[in-house]
Write a protein that binds this ligand. Structure first.
Ligand code: SAM
Ligand code: DTB
Ligand code: SF4
Length: 325
């Protein structure tokens, strides 16, 4: 099928019906690489500044000891080598947020290794959100699954974004995670949206899923109404001790294709080139930006895994003529 025909295949649905099918996205994946990148870059330029990349800094505010068994995660109590730590105190969070702002990040994202927060945890996180916001940063948290009322509590604390990933295709989910169902994550995403928070939702590629499963993950994201404002595409970072530590690496071009299809299917969303950048060459990252990625995690650590040093990113931005927004 040609690129034009593919467009016709998806342009017939009404505004309320799902816009994309997994088949239509699979057809995009199967385009010649140059055609796919050209299409993605055209759409990118219709909706976003061509050379601007947003930067968020991550901080793990509660590390390790998680009850869940997500096969990729170093922080599960069932596997991985990360030791359990207590919730950070607010002073440590504010110091890290100020340092991130001084380095040029515009958003600060706080992550906790919880299945979901207890109400007493949420009081402390609410204070952290207020303090980070007071520094003039956008705020994001990723705390796991939420119970009724918790999203509203976060919204009143001043939260801008809630990150909660679908992580993989519905049909592959049970092979990676058994302690909760993906449907529970959809429930949390509904609550986040209803509370008026912006949604950051994406997934991980390189866990041994098929191309069809990658298309299926992206179709779930693209057919959210509205699609997430922010879509993190993580490349699996194989963490020691996890069931996926020996997952065979994904072809880098397939990762770029995933970014390009995300850009085409979610034209107005920010597509975040997320975990895995430390393992990528500058040239591969440049291809991801060409494919439509326009945000990154910035700072030398993700949650427990490494990320490129800020100086390396500054040098890359200068070489590519990218500006931080
Ligand atoms: N516990 C919360 C949850 O699961 O939503 C928040 C923290 S969890 C570590 C946040 C996200 O990090 C996961 O949804 C997953 O997409 C990503 N992640 C975790 N480990 C990863 C890895 N080894 N490689 C790539 N992404 C990973
Ligand atoms: C997201 O999609 N990726 C970030 C953030 N949201 C929370 C986390 C990546 C974690 C990578 C592995 C680690 O640091 O342990
Ligand atoms: Fe826990 Fe989140 Fe890691 Fe799953 S991804 S084990 S829920 S910290």
């Amino acid at each position: 099928m040609t690129a034009t025909n593919t467009l016709h295949a998806v342009a017939t649905a009404s505004a309320s019906a799902p816009r994309w099918t997994a088949l239509a996205l699979l057809e995009l994946f199967e385009l010649p690489f140059m055609d796919l990148l050209f299409r993605a870059q055209q759409i990118h330029r219709q909706h976003h500044a061509a050379n601007a990349v947003q930067r968020s800094t991550l901080l793990s505010i509660k590390t390790g000891g998680c009850s869940e068994d997500c096969g990729y995660c170093s922080q599960s109590a069932r596997h991985g080598e990360v030791q359990r730590e207590a919730l950070l105190d607010i002073e440590a969070v504010v110091t890290a947020a100020q340092a991130a702002k001084d380095k040029g990040a515009t958003r600060f994202c706080m992550g906790a290794a919880w299945r979901g927060p207890k109400d007493k945890d949420l009081d402390q996180v609410a204070d952290m959100i207020g303090a980070v916001k007071a520094l003039g940063l956008e705020t994001c948290v990723t705390l796991g699954m939420l119970k009724q009322g918790q999203a509203e509590r976060l919204k009143s604390a001043g939260l801008d974004y809630y990150n909660h990933n679908l992580d993989t295709a519905p049909e592959f989910y049970g092979q990676v995670i058994t302690t909760h169902a993906q449907s529970e994550r959809f429930d949390t995403l509904d609550q986040v949206r209803e509370a008026g928070l912006k949604v950051c939702c994406g997934g991980i590629v390189g866990m041994g899923e098929t191309r069809r499963a990658r298309a299926s993950l992206l179709v779930e994201l693209a057919n959210m109404n509205p699609p997430p404002e922010s879509v993190p595409i993580n490349q699996l970072v194989p963490m020691p001790g996890t069931p996926l530590e020996n997952a065979p690496p994904l072809d880098p071009f397939e990762f770029v294709r995933t970014i390009a299809v995300a850009r085409i299917a979610m034209p107005a969303s920010m597509v975040r080139l997320s975990a895995g950048r430390q393992e990528m060459s500058d040239e591969l990252q440049a291809l991801c930006f060409l494919a439509g990625a326009n945000s990154i995690f910035y700072g030398d650590k993700l949650l427990t895994a490494g990320n490129p040093e800020a100086d390396r990113d500054e040098a890359l931005f200068a070489r590519l003529g990218l500006s931080a927004v």
